[in-house]
Design a protein around this ligand. Structure first.
Ligand code: ATP
Ligand code: MG
Length: 329
């Protein structure tokens, strides 16, 4: 079986973008691949986090993983900081990554603008930690949103560089990026991606938003004044809403545009809100069940960590040996 790895940061409530772009695909892969899904808390601390909230968000992501259909009997679900090999391999990979490469990463540029008074070195080397996450498990496939494509290319580059320098060690991973749903945009500014760390709550739909909140956010979503349902780059807000509609219903874009011809945005937005509500309702119900059983969640992440560690430690040992570290007796 080939291996899949992906992760989500516990940096806030997961959004519809995280769901459509990444999470929705996770359970689909678990029958055919050996899947590792982690909650990447080491990544989350590259921007300021409130400790209490970080702890709460971490369990929330775990419960949402389960609620979205990731089956702990099929997939390995774990918390990144529980497997110390991630940080250790990241250190080694830091030493073969060029500053110039990291300087070109657009996520770093965007986030350092946003958090300009507190940029830390961790934010800069974020992509190296991500490469470590992937390479530790010898992943073949990494399901992520479009925004992570550049980081994945860097991970491939690091893998190849290490292999060339020290002999074949890492599998070179491929991205798994969908088309329509791979970049869901902010509801308030359709030129930037929807992000769970957005300061403006109206910019995203959280997977845990209640019905009225979802209706309100979609109603307020920025569109344009043409009031004509069409799918093109001069109506970016609308395009984004049509993409969401299409991803959640499996209806083709043309079909949706046809359905709402000459009907204005009001009815379209109303219907979309109901579609989002219907899609999230079963997830929210299961989420609440999982959140009410903390012992079960503990069991899942404990078991996951030991399964993950088994594979991760094998890779790290190999790496340490190749670079010339003396093995502990
Ligand atoms: P943050 O703002 O804290 O970075 P985020 O919403 O970008 O939060 P991440 O934890 O960084 O979430 O990313 C988790 C996964 O969700 C990644 O695979 C990422 O590519 C995907 N993703 C994030 N935002 C979107 C989006 N707007 N559309 C599609 N996929 C997305
Ligand atoms: Mg992100």
């Amino acid at each position: 079986k080939k291996t899949v790895l992906s992760g989500i940061q516990p940096s806030g409530s997961l959004t519809l973008g995280n769901y459509i772009g990444a999470l929705k695909n996770f359970p689909k892969l678990q029958d055919d691949y050996d899947c590792y899904y982690c909650i990447v808390d080491l990544h989350a601390i590259t921007v300021p986090q409130e400790p209490k909230l970080l702890r709460k968000n971490t369990l929330e992501v775990l419960a949402l993983y389960l609620a979205c259909g990731i089956d702990p009997d099929k997939s390995t679900i774990f918390i990144q900081s529980h497997v110390h090999e991630h940080a250790e391999l990241a250190w080694v990979l830091n030493t073969i990554t060029y500053m110039g490469q990291l300087n070109r990463m657009t996520q770093y540029k965007d986030k350092s603008k946003k958090y300009n008074e507190s940029i830390n070195a961790g934010l800069f080397t974020y992509p190296v930690l991500m490469a470590a996450d992937i390479l530790l498990y010898q992943a073949d496939l990494v399901p992520v949103g479009e925004d992570q494509r550049q980081h994945l290319e860097l991970a491939r580059d690091i893998a190849v560089r290490f292999n060339n320098k020290y002999s074949e060690t890492f599998n070179v991973p491929e991205p798994f990026i969908g088309d329509l749903g791979s970049k869901i945009m902010s509801l308030q500014d359709p030129t930037v991606k929807m992000s769970k760390s957005d300061q403006d709550e109206n910019a995203f739909i959280s997977l845990l938003d209640d019905k009225d909140t979802i209706r309100r956010k979609i109603k307020r979503a920025v569109t344009d004044s043409e009031n004509n349902i069409a799918y093109n780059d001069s109506q970016l807000g609308l395009k984004n809403l049509i993409n969401i509609y299409s991803c959640l219903t499996d209806k083709k874009v043309d079909e949706i545009v046809g359905m709402y011809q000459n009907r204005g945005y009001g009815k379209f937005k109303e219907d979309l809100a109901e579609i989002v509500i219907e899609s999230l309702l079963p997830i929210q119900k299961k989420y609440n069940e999982y959140m009410s059983d903390k012992t079960y969640l503990e069991d899942i992440y404990s078991l996951g960590a030991s399964k993950a560690e088994r594979k991760a430690s094998k890779t790290l040992k190999k790496v340490y040996k190749k670079i010339g570290f003396v093995a502990k007796k």
